[in-house]
Write a protein that binds this ligand. Sequence first.
Ligand code: PGA
Length: 230
Amino acid sequence: MLIAANWKMSKGPGETRDFCAAFRPPDGVEAVLCPPYVSLATAVESAHTVFAQNVHWAAEGAYTGEISAPMLQELGVAGAIVGHSERRQYFGETDETVARRTAAALEHGLRVIACVGESLEERESGQMQLVLGVQVEALADAAGPHERLVIAYEPVWAIGTGKTATPEQAHEAHAFIKKLLDVPVLYGGSVKPENAVELLSQGEVDGALVGGASLEVESFTAICQTAASL
Ligand code: PGA
C-alpha cells in the first residue's frame, strides 16, 4: 500500500526537517511525503520518498511560478501529485491541464498521483459516474495504464470536512475508476487513524492520500501502521 502525506501549504523547511527526523515508516507500506516546493530539498535529504504537490508540463520556459519535471528530478524528488481538487477549484486546473501535467511528468520519469473526485452537488444529482468518467478518461487518453501512475479518488465533499466516504462508497468509486483505467487507486478525504482500518481494508483501495492527519508524525505513523498491518 501507498500512504501519501499531502501537507498542502503547511511546513516550511524547519518543520519539515523536524517531521522527517522523527518519522519512521513501518515496514510493509510505502510512505510518501509531499511538502510544499520550498521544503522539497530538506525532505529529500532525509531519505524519505518525496513527491511535489504539482508539476508543469513544459520542461522549461516562460511560465512564472511553475516548476518542471526535470527540475524536480534534479532535486531527487520521485513524483508529483497532479490535479488536486484545490488546484482545480482555486487555480483553474482543468482535465486538460491535469492530463498534460501527468503525461509530461511520466515522460520525464516521475511517478504521479493524479486526483479525481466529484463534488457534493454532483454526487447528489446523480452525476458521480459521469464526472469521474470524464476525469479518468482524460488521464487514460494522456497516459494509459502507466506503471508509474496512481489515481487518488478524493470526493471533494470529504476533503478537510471530517466527512468520509463510507467504505461501500469508496469501494464503488474505486471499482468504477479501475474499470476505466487499471492503475492502483488511493482514497483521500478526511482519512485519520480512527477510520483508516475500515477504509483501507476495502478490496479496491490501494492506499491513502492524507491531508490534515499527515501533519502530525503520530497520526501519520498510525495510518501507515494500519496500512502495513492489512
Ligand atoms: P484531508 O485532505 O485528509 O485533510 O481531508 C486530503 C487531501 O486533500 O488530499
